[in-house]
Design a binder for this molecule. Structure first.
Ligand SMILES: CC(C)(COP(=O)(O)OP(=O)(O)OC[C@H]1O[C@@H](n2cnc3c(N)ncnc32)[C@H](O)[C@@H]1OP(=O)(O)O)[C@@H](O)C(=O)NCCC(=O)NCCS
Length: 250
């Protein structure tokens, strides 16, 4: 049985330091049995980055059924995410704050967490300018993939949005309903991802490793990838601007 101390030790070996700002995508079952379960995993990440750092977890709620005709409904206090038990545990913490985006909310714990989630619901597209994903890129953020590969790396959607990939967004926005922390309802016009185009984000992994912007390691039994967000985006956007279908599986 693993403990928080084991996870912390592995996070240090992988290169997570105090003060890091890290977005974490997780498959906990790949790690192995952890005493304290998902909440303990969150605690390990939070203590690894320390008081000056920031731990961020995706708490996505958007589905393939979302559309202008079927707009998303999101209550920041209650709507569960489909991105795993670890983000579910993160959003329940007293020190966590969740962004108000109706499909791509994140939970942030630590220094400047309010700044990271601020105005996410007002962005033009879910993952680009003004979103937490972009703010992490602009503030020396990192991405940690725990037991999952780049197909769970949401920041690839940031790249697709910045490069204006033609397959990525629905043509019509939706008037989403968002309920805030005070229980107040807001109607928010939201651009929606278009589901259904199969991509392989792992196509750029070799390049990331070659450029020294991705390190691999282990947390428990899980193969993990730690990526520097800004250079990762630069590589991906440059390629997608030349070939917008580079990541699409034919
Ligand atoms: C979908 C996904 C979350 C499923 O992963 P998973 O490992 O099966 O599930 P979770 O991470 O939610 O962890 C819960 C599982 O861990 C295991 N588990 C239970 N207790 C545990 C413990 N104490 N210690 C370790 N693992 C435990 C169980 O298998 C449990 O599954 P169950 O609740 O169905 O019994 C994962 O594959 C994934 O895609 N993660 C990334 C999501 C993401 O960020 N996507 C971005 C999209 S752009």
């Amino acid at each position: 049985m693993l403990t928080i101390a084991d996870i912390l030790d592995d996070l240090r070996k992988l290169g997570i330091k105090e003060g890091d700002r890290v977005l974490v995508h997780t498959s906990l079952s790949k790690v192995g049995m952890l005493e304290g379960g998902p909440a303990a995993f969150v605690e390990a990440i939070v203590s690894a980055v320390g008081n000056e750092g920031l731990a961020v977890f995706p708490t996505f709620t958007g589905t393939a059924q979302d559309s202008a005709e079927n707009p998303p409904y999101f209550d920041v206090r209650e709507t569960p995410c489909w991105t795993g038990k670890v983000p579910e545990a993160a959003r329940r913490r007293e020190d966590a704050i969740r962004s108000l985006h109706p499909t791509h909310s994140v939970v942030a714990i630590g220094a400047d967490n309010k700044q990271l989630v601020k105005d996410h619901e007002k962005v033009e597209t879910p993952c680009s300018h003004g979103s937490p994903f972009m703010k992490l890129a602009e503030n020396s953020g990192k991405i940690l993939l725990v037991g999952v590969d780049h197909n769970s790396n949401t920041t690839f959607h940031t790249a697709e949005e910045l490069a204006d990939c033609p397959y990525h967004m629905l043509p019509e926005p939706a008037l989403a309903t968002v309920v805030d922390y005070q229980g107040k309802e807001h109607k928010i016009l939201t651009a929606l991802h278009k589901w259904g185009t199969e991509r392989d984000f792992n196509r750029l992994e070799e390049e990331f490793i070659k450029q020294g912007i991705q390190r691999n390691g282990k947390i428990g039994n899980a193969l993990c990838r730690l990526i520097d967000t800004k250079p990762m985006l630069e590589v991906a956007v440059a390629i997608l601007k030349k070939d917008p279908y580079f990541l699409v599986v034919n």
